[in-house]
Design a protein around this ligand. Structure first.
Ligand SMILES: [Zn+2]
Ligand SMILES: [Zn+2]
Length: 300
């Protein structure tokens, strides 16, 4: 019978298989290795999103390690960077540099959990240095069977969901953290966005509502911009912090300018281009949507 639990089980199996595939892509050097492993990583991120949906309806299925607060985001990000660096050395056959990369990481990392992952990788690399290549299929098969399932992404998947964006208002009274993959990043040229921001358009990064966590909420004020749209802004400095829309109650939009540093994804399209400021010219090749609804495809 199809239940949240059966879906949960299937997704766990799918994640384990994908993770195993990532290890094999690395071991078989399936070119382009890095891109291929990243593709698997993207698929795993999607599965992880699906699992979150399952936990929303069946919280008892959520594993213990996901219940911890998301304090590991920086560690996840740093480890991912070092893992890719080390895997590039490994692919080039320079196992010593790969080991050194993880050793360097261990000296920088404060989280014991993440240091353990790196130590495990060092051990795996050291073992690999000592072994000769399998000479026939049977050996290769035996060697593969000895490998633990899920060597590549599993450690990262066990860590809490990474925080992908942090930011806040101008004065610092309100701060936010957004976890998980953004749903979309778009440029909105509608009249509301123009007047509310005072700029030609607003770049919106939308996240699952539960992915947004706020501090300093006492300093937030609310403006009902339309029947459906509520604008949340800092009552001290006036910065726009996020917007919610009653028609899309699971999503919030964060203005990209409030996010610090790199955006978690690049803008993918322009919307409401028929309403854009006459004095503004769109100079990129992103798809454009407009018309009365703001969402009809336009000839660029
Ligand atoms: Zn403020
Ligand atoms: Zn707009």
């Amino acid at each position: 019978m199809a239940t949240p639990e059966s879906i949960h089980r299937l997704l766990s199996v799918a994640a384990t298989l994908l993770d195993h595939a990532a290890s094999e892509i690395r071991d078989a050097k399936l070119a382009p290795v890095r891109e291929n492993i990243e593709r698997v990583g993207e698929a795993l991120a999607e599965i992880s999103e699906l699992r979150q949906r399952v936990y929303e309806v069946a919280p008892e299925l959520m594993p213990e390690y996901l219940k911890q607060p998301s304090e590991h985001s920086e560690s996840n990000r740093l480890l991912t960077r070092y893992m890719f660096q080390a895997s590039e050395y490994e692919l080039a056959g320079d196992l010593e540099s790969a080991v050194e990369t993880f050793q360097e990481y261990i000296t920088l990392e404060e989280s014991a959990f993440h240091r353990d992952i790196a130590a495990g990788e060092i051990e795996r690399l050291r073992n690999a240095t000592g072994t000769t290549r399998p000479i026939n299929q049977a050996n290769a098969q035996r060697r593969r069977l000895r490998q633990p399932l899920g060597a590549f992404f599993t450690p990262l998947m066990k860590a809490p969901a990474p925080i992908v964006a942090t930011g806040g208002c101008f004065c610092g009274a309100v701060r936010f953290r957004c976890g998980g993959t953004p749903r979309s990043v778009v440029q909105c040229h509608c009249g509301q966005c123009r007047r509310l921001s005072g700029a030609a358009f607003t770049t919106w990064v939308s996240f699952a509502k539960e992915a947004l966590s706020l501090s300093g909420q006492a300093s937030l004020s609310v403006f009902q911009a339309t029947e459906n749209v509520t604008r949340h802004f800092c009552k001290v400095c006036g910065s726009h912090v996020y917007t919610s829309d009653a028609r899309f109650s699971n999503v919030v939009g964060v203005p990209a300018g409030a996010i610090e540093g790199e955006l978690p994804a690049k803008p993918s399209a322009h919307y409401f281009v028929s309403h854009k400021a006459a004095w503004h010219t769109i100079n990129d090749a992103l798809p454009q949507f407009g018309g009365e609804s703001g969402f009809e495809p336009q000839d660029a």
